[in-house]
Design a protein around this ligand. Structure first.
Ligand code: NDP
Ligand SMILES: N[C@@H](CC=O)C(=O)O
Length: 328
């Protein structure tokens, strides 16, 4: 089998993690896919930065060069902001390439359009890493949607904010100091206001709502606030009451498909399912009409959890292509 040829867009925390895992886990990938996976190109903003990338990999800031690569199969996108990523992914899909993305801002804004375009073009767009980092919640919800109706989701969806709130309570550090630690650990967004003002969770809630309802969501529906106003005093007062402040994204979908959603800090007691979720972990409490509450928990940010989930997407795309070829 010829190698599966990959281009990685973005070589920051996540993109470099994808590259490293593809380099170091070739045996496992061959076992799973029946052939090697090869990174042919990496797209960045500043080609002059020093990076550990093999000499035979094209490093470019020009997406057209990537589209000209012979027999490219898939684009793995981990850059920031809606543009230029949206234009690149549209062009990739139009050229018949598969797409894997971690970019939730792009996907919350344009995921609906990209999925429609991909369907027309007969390729797949996978976006597991856009919600909850290393927790495979998109796949779990797709599975549940087959028979259960998801009526409610209540979740911690930002690793940086949960890390900050945990550190402020446990180590009595300031929000700014805890954010610096989260940035050093590779958890925070390039613009950390997206984390602490709640926008990153808003993006994730919109992605979940579009998945659950199958339609484009009007963002005005979702009230959004972050943790930038939370003080050490708020945290210690919550502790005195036996509570913890958690940043929670929640949504309900009624049987007519009408939705309500909000994103905000909440003080929760010990009996609440999100009380004990600490550090960079995310947790998603999904209520199915038949299952009742299900809890999914794990690292919501970070290099290898996120990169590995993107490679899970890659594996699932090419395993399903292989399966379809065998059954033909
Ligand atoms: N960090 C995490 O834990 C998680 C991140 N994500 C998402 O993954 C994406 C990447 O995050 P992360 O790796 O942390 O971000 P970083 O800031 O570490 O890296 C961003 C990368 O994107 C490149 N880039 C930025 N703008 C452009 C542009 N205009 N054209 C080409 N390349 C560009 C940068 O290039 P250069 O190197 O030249 O600066 C850099 O390599 C984001 O969308 C984020 O929301 C999702 C889940 C978890
Ligand atoms: N900045 C985000 C990264 C993952 O989505 C977070 O902290 O959750």
């Amino acid at each position: 089998m010829r190698p599966i040829k990959v281009a990685i867009l973005g070589f920051g925390t996540v993109g470099s993690g994808v590259y490293e895992l593809i380099e170091t886990k070739q045996d496992l990938l061959e076992q799973l896919l029946g052939g090697p996976v090869r990174v042919d190109a990496v797209l960045v903003k500043d080609v002059g930065k020093s990076r550990t990338i093999h000499d035979d990999v094209l490093v470019t800031d020009d997406f057209s060069e990537i589209l000209r690569l012979p027999e490219l199969d898939v684009v793995i996108e981990a850059i920031v902001n809606v543009e230029p990523g949206y234009t690149y992914l549209r062009r990739a899909i139009e050229a018949g390439l598969y797409v894997v993305t971690a970019n939730k801002e792009l996907f919350a804004n344009k995921g609906f359009e990209l999925r429609q375009l991909a369907e027309k073009r007969g390729v797949k767009v996978c976006f597991e890493a856009t919600v909850a980092g290393g927790v495979p919640i998109i796949g779990a919800l797709k599975q549940l949607l087959r028979f259960n109706q998801v009526v409610k989701v209540e979740a911690i969806l930002n690793g940086t904010m949960n890390y900050i709130l945990t550190k402020m309570r446990e180590d009595q550090v300031s929000l700014e100091e805890a954010l610096l630690q989260a940035q050093r650990l590779g958890y925070a967004e390039a613009d950390p206001a997206n984390d602490v003002e709640g926008f990153d969770v808003l993006f994730k809630v919109v992605i979940l709502l579009e998945l659950l309802t199958g339609r484009k969501i009007d963002w005005d529906l979702v009230r959004c606030s972050g943790i930038s106003d939370i003080t050490p005093a708020d945290i210690s007062q919550a502790s005195v009451r036996g509570e913890r402040i958690k940043h929670v994204g929640s949504l309900v979908v009624d049987d007519q498909g009408q939705v309500e959603a909000e994103v905000r800090p909440v003080s929760v007691g010990e009996s609440h399912k999100l009380y004990a979720i600490e550090g960079v972990d995310n947790a998603i409490v999904v209520t199915g009409d038949l299952t009742g509450d299900l809890v999914f928990q794990g690292p919501g940010a970070g290099k290898y959890p996120t990169a590995s989930i993107m490679i899970e997407d890659l594996v699932s795309i090419f395993q399903s292509i292989k399966k379809a070829a065998v059954s033909r």
